[in-house]
Write a new protein. Structure first.
Length: 317
């Protein structure tokens, strides 16, 4: 964790904050002296206990010399509240494959596709409007074709149809894509998450997945809750760190961790019934297997290091 007033000062000196910025991001993916992972803004300076930065033990990846060049805070990424997530064929396959009623899911996306097509209809007959819209969305191919005299409908097929409609990039209105962070205040119970996106605190069942997603168990259901102690965190998904968890909640989602993974969160009512119970159970089993595998690999790595140290001692003797 780190205090917001310290962060504003540090980023301003580095030139990251401009007059137009109205809020400080709630989480940052960082590297610092052998530490790697996510730092979140603290609720208050008092919560920091006089420290500037608090690193969790899991963030420590390796030891570094105590020199200034290794004590530079590198910000690898940060995220403000994200717009709605766009569907793709990968997500569609996973959702339909998990659905109690696949036709209901397909009907939802068919309606979204129809609405998207209707929004483009005026551009197929009005050249000036087509040029204006192509410029606004940064459609270089469509704009170049329109300016060279191609009919709007031909430019549409070569640009918007190929880049948006064919891969089914249909917006999911009630969704967001955010970094996952740990609940350092130990507020959330197992299976609970806190999501505050675009000024709204999400409450109720949500679906979480990480891209790319290949297996039916890569989609998991969680319960989004509200808690005033977490409202200072915006544009992130806060996962439970309860010791009652057999495995971490994030690892249930394709073996993910909280070192910088981004997750897709969906609370669209039409899609909330897609995760089957047996898939949730299988997801927990897969996560447990993944955690056990990592523990074994970590243990083997330590054994190799000990053997190397013994060999060095023998050589010295």
């Amino acid at each position: 964790m780190l205090p917001e007033r310290w962060l504003v000062s540090a980023l301003s000196r580095k030139g990251y904050i401009f007059a137009a910025m109205t809020e400080v991001p709630s989480a940052f993916q960082i590297r610092f002296a052998g530490n790697k992972g996510m730092l979140v803004v603290a609720e208050s300076d008092e919560a920091m206990g006089g420290c500037d930065i608090i690193f969790s033990e899991s963030m420590k990846k390796f030891e570094t010399p105590n020199e200034r060049e290794h004590r530079t805070l590198e910000i690898m990424g940060f995220l403000f509240s994200s717009p709605s997530v766009e569907l793709n064929t990968e997500i569609l396959d996973i959702l339909v494959g998990n659905a109690f009623d696949p036709e209901r899911v397909c009907a939802f996306f068919q309606a979204g596709l129809d609405e998207l097509l209707r929004s483009f209809e005026p551009q197929l007959t009005d050249l000036q409007l087509a040029i204006k819209c192509a410029y606004k969305r940064g459609d270089r191919i469509g704009l170049r074709m329109l300016l060279r005299g191609f009919p709007p409908e031909i430019a549409f097929l070569c640009s918007v149809y190929s880049s948006t409609l064919r891969p089914l990039n249909i917006p999911i209105p009630l969704s967001c894509r955010c970094y996952g962070v740990a609940d350092f205040q130990d507020v959330l119970a197992p299976g609970q998450v806190f999501v505050q996106c675009n000024g709204r605190v999400v409450q109720g069942p949500v679906l979480l997945l990480k891209e790319p997603c290949f297996s039916a168990t890569d989609v998991q259901r969680f319960q989004a809750v509200d808690d005033t102690r977490l409202r200072h965190l915006r544009g992130v998904i806060v996962f439970s760190t309860s010791p009652d968890n057999l495995v971490s909640d994030s690892s249930r989602i394709a073996g993910s961790d909280l070192d910088g993974d981004k997750f897709v969160c969906i609370w669209q009512a039409e899609l909330l019934d897609v995760v089957l119970k047996e898939h949730e159970d299988q997801g927990q089993q897969n996560a447990a297997s993944e955690v056990e595998k990592r523990r074994k690999e970590k243990g083997k790595g330590k054994e190799k290091e000990k053997e190397k140290e013994k060999e060095k001692e023998k050589e010295k003797e």
